[in-house]
Ligand binder design. Structure first.
Ligand code: FES
Length: 110
């Protein structure tokens, strides 16, 4: 059972145009990436698991895949799974709640 008191508001839904990820900085933790794709929202860590690249700043979104342009590793933003090497470690993903025209996630257990 989810505890809504643990939800953190990341941004307004209209701050994330379809196909254009948004970086969200929270205190005391690495940045997050919010994606709006075909009407759905997804949240992952923003930092590539292969290096210090920001996927929102240095990545290219193609469908559900985000490509890190540092070494061309690719992740599926829905699951965090590695789609293309050299990345081997999946990207962390977060369950998204949409409420009050905003994107929320829980960091509980993350
Ligand atoms: S830093 Fe992202 S693929 Fe190497």
């Amino acid at each position: 059972m989810s505890d809504d008191s643990q939800l953190i508001r990341l941004c307004a839904t209209d701050a994330v145009p379809d196909g254009h990820p948004l970086k969200v900085e929270l205190p005391d933790r690495p940045p997050l990436a919010v994606y709006h794709i075909e009407g759905n929202f997804y949240v992952t860590d923003d930092t590539c698991t292969h290096g210090e690249a920001s996927l929102t700043d240095d990545g290219e979104l193609d469908g559900f895949n985000i490509e890190c342009t540092f070494h061309f590793g690719i992740f599926d933003v829905r699951t965090g799974e590695v789609v293309a090497r050299p990345c081997t470690i999946p990207l962390k993903t977060y369950a998204v709640t949409l409420r009050d025209d905003a994107v929320w996630i829980s960091l509980e257990g993350s």
